[in-house]
Design a protein around this ligand. Sequence first.
Ligand code: GAR
Length: 204
Amino acid sequence: MTGVNRKLGILLSGRGSNFEAIHRAIAAGTLDAEIAVVISNREAAPGIETARRFGLKTVVMPSQGVPREQFDRELVRVLNDHQVGLVCLAGYMRLLSGYFVQAFPQRIVNIHPSLLPSFPGLDAQHQAFDYGVKFTGCTVHFVDEHLDNGPIILQAVVPVEEGDTYDTLSARILAEEHKIYSKAIGIILSGAYRIEGRRVVSVS
Ligand code: GAR
């Protein structure tokens, strides 16, 4: 598709390994996109330091104590200032307001460390491990007003092995996250899909 806005706005709150994986995919030429800005709602997020080191445009917007919609209005303004076409949540640990979601209709994606709709919310890896499932994984999905909801773009399955600990399982899930997030972004930017109800269907 021509004229697609390939400028990504990355939102993160912590480590930023998914952001780094997206950055690597772009550098390797496997993802045709550009990171226009990396925004953190936490000053101490290691991911924002990494983004600075990479020479990317960074913005820190402390969110603590700021009313959700007021914060999100400012966030939308910053993303628009950078002409962002696709917002990528990469470990962004803050609920988005309806205002934000409506500002970027079907233009916000999130990665979650479980096979949704199982184990939404915080620490999905712990939830899955403690529940005793034999398979878990990760999900890239469009973001709507509800937590870890929205049409699913890609998922990867990770088997839970005998002898797994929370740490070994989390590490294998994370390795899959790093693969499918860039792939899902590539699908969206290709425009070769349509959304039918909750289903994201490929079109050729
Ligand atoms: C990732 O595991 C991501 O799936 C999860 O936070 C971690 C961030 O790691 N996101 C959520 O749980 C969202 N509900 P990272 O900062 O190294 O990318």
